[in-house]
Ligand binder design. Structure first.
Ligand SMILES: [Zn+2]
Length: 259
């Protein structure tokens, strides 16, 4: 079972290419309610849960989202984000493939290990290599970037945009951090694709000329092939915790026995 986290608003009809709508579900978790998740399925293909997802300070606790995914039997998560292009080489409508991230969020706490104090989970690789490779195969023009995970609702200042670039960040977005490392804590695959929808605050405003819509269509066209390409059992190792003092089977709280 896959999950598509959709942080880019799309007309609902455009999702028909991902399969027939089967059901909608909200999930209760120790971190609040998550969803509704919509299940779609194509013939002879695994089911795909789709979760509309937009960053903001009042949104669901990201832990509820990941916990719900685990409860729904999801192993592999693909997030589709809308990002700000910090790197001056990026233009509106460019498709990006995050290969590493910087956490510039201030949520507390953002771990499933808050009660045990355990953790120190390796972030190498930062995103699931299997899913990232599938994206690269079917969207070869996607540019590998370093993603700065920030918080809304305000935009960055021009001074912050320059600082983020000095750190090596090429795009800024609101929907992949802490989600990517929460996925690791629950032994789930997580990778993402993004569309540059605006330019950093230190750059002149670029009026839209349909580039973002065109990029969205290219991603929609490639999505069925990407999802089919990651339907095999994972070989990436994301399904068990990496290194560190935390060993497999001591996840706390234990999602397997909750509720
Ligand atoms: Zn993986």
């Amino acid at each position: 079972m896959h999950l598509l986290i959709l942080a880019q608003p799309l007309p609902p009809r455009s999702l028909e290419t991902l399969g027939v709508f089967l059901e909608e579900r909200t999930v209760q978790t120790p971190y609040g309610q998550a969803g509704p998740f919509a299940l779609r399925q194509k013939q002879n293909a695994p089911g795909l849960w789709i979760l509309p997802y937009f960053g903001g300070p009042n949104r669901t606790d990201p832990r509820a989202t990941l916990w719900a995914a685990k409860t729904l039997g999801v192993q592999r998560i693909l997030a589709w984000d809308s990002v700000i292009g910090l790197d001056h080489a990026l233009q509106r409508g460019d498709v990006i493939l995050p290969r590493d991230y910087i956490d510039w969020t201030k949520h507390q706490p953002t771990t499933f290990f808050e009660k045990t104090g355990a953790g120190y989970i390796s972030q190498v690789p930062p995103f699931c290599p299997d899913i990232s490779a599938a994206i690269d195969r079917h969207l070869p023009k996607a540019k590998p970037v370093i993603y700065l995970g920030g918080e809304g609702p305000r935009r960055e200042t021009a001074a912050e945009a320059r600082m983020f670039q000095q750190w090596g960040a090429q795009v800024r977005g609101l929907n992949l951090v802490p989600e990517t490392y929460l996925a690791k804590e629950l032994e789930l695959c997580f990778a993402a694709i993004g569309v540059v929808a605006a330019l950093g605050a230190d750059r002149p405003h670029a009026p839209g000329q349909g580039q973002v819509r065109e990029a969205d269509q290219n991603i929609l066209d490639a999505l069925p092939a990407i999802l089919a390409d990651i339907s095999q059992p994972p070989t990436c190792g994301c399904d068990h915790l990496q290194q560190g003092p935390v060993q497999r089977g001591v996840l706390a709280p234990d999602w397997r026995t909750w509720g």
